[in-house]
Ligand binder design. Sequence first.
Ligand code: MN
Length: 548
Amino acid sequence: MAFAELLKNDAVLKKAYDFAKKAHNRQTRASGEPYFNHPLSAATTIAEEWNFQDPATLAAAFLHDVAEDTEYKIIDIKKEFGEEVAFLVDGVTKLGRVKYRGGESKIENMRKFILAISQDTRVLLIKLADRLHNMRTLQYLPPQKQKRIALETTEIYAPLAYRLGMFRISGELADLAFPYIYPQEQKWLMENVKDKFEERENYAKRVTPIITDELSKNNVPLIEIDYRAKRYASLYNKLLKHEMNLDRIYDLVAIRAIVPTVEDCYAALGIIHKNWQPLPNRIKDYIALPKINGYQSLHTTVFGPESKIMEIQIRTPEMHQVAENGIAAHWAYQNKKEATAAPTKETSWIQKLRNWQSKNIEDLKIDFLKDRIMALTPKGEVIDLPQGATPVDFAYSIHSEIGNHCIGARVNGRIAPLETQLKSGDLIEILIQKNKLPSGAWLSFVKTRHAKDHIRACLRQKKMGLLGHEVTNTELKLIAEDRIGLLHDVTNVIARSHINIVSHQSGFSNKFKVMKLVCNVTDKNKIEKLITKIKTIKGVRSIEHHFV
Ligand code: MN
């Protein structure tokens, strides 16, 4: 159904359309156009480009920026549109808070965060549609933002889309990001690749039915035929492996035919070669000689219609499964064929996502990562914690000093008790006070070993009369009658106690010499013994100490 028609027929959808339009009424995009064009575009992408017409998803797509950017909150959406739509909008809002900051471990955490929030895959679907429109309009943002968002798209969203089997979306996202990350390389590609992406895609679209006709005329059954033009981002990666020599790239246009049997594969190859002249040395028989990873297919490169070079891959459905999902898919396929066992878990959710028109939305839910919590710092960094973790665990994960001086926390903007159990997507702000120290009561609710160890260490030091574990030095203040050799005697005693002097200052107060010695020691017993010894030095009148 066309999206316009769907809008007309679905009252809730129409209501979401009107609600979002009104909520964003006065706002504009960086491009100057009305803000509502953005959620409208996201919803249209999902409904028309991806042909996923679940009303709740489309309503949430309309409303996806309402909670973050307008006066309305999730609670208002729940009131107007119910639990399901509010849940989806809340998920997309939470995803919007995480920000790419570079660094491999951070990227990994960010991916985990997104997967934890996207327990319901529809959340991710809306986020990808949102990102797609943002990438298509990225030219209006300031350069620094462009770069960060482009990197986030390449490092996070394109791989996630790929992993979910959304290959086309993944490729488009990577391609939209590429010029912002590699402007020079993009310029080079635009100058040197003869046929632009769109032209190549049109060509592939034109020749696919011609090949289909030839095969059917010759009675080769065809299960599926597919085409693609190579994207600039993936072309660039391939060129890096081929000394940037474009003449060595043969798959700028590629067609893939899936036929029932191995015999059909060879028959199809023969028909293709009869019609279009193959390039020498480009025929690869990975059926007779599979790749090490189990990959099988026939590959050939031919001068296709209009004498343009294109690559053709021919394989059976089983080989296709292996190529797309890895060798594990082979077993899943075998099992499915024999109907003896369920496919492996991973393959089954990839499958379901691929057929996402499936009515059984519940089945789309991803149930991994369920024992981890992905919480966010105010800067959008992801902190990975175990289930049941509290703001105190969060504080210690950031830094032991933040944990030790933590006095309170804001969870999603509201003051919350330190024993609150965090949820994935919570944004946590830790309140600290420099002179405060951990309480023993924390040990009863913290979840992480890391927090427990630090709290115990800090409590031990507190017991010994130390202020905090950052104390490493003690300042000794001596008052003594001045004499030749006084300083020598004092430093000698300290040295013999195996204590290092960090700094030394002296001056006079009336007739007395005042010495301040900062020593690298915090052990109470050691300090007491040292003081006793110093007091026996001739002329010393008094000695005080404090931790610094
Ligand atoms: Mn948005």
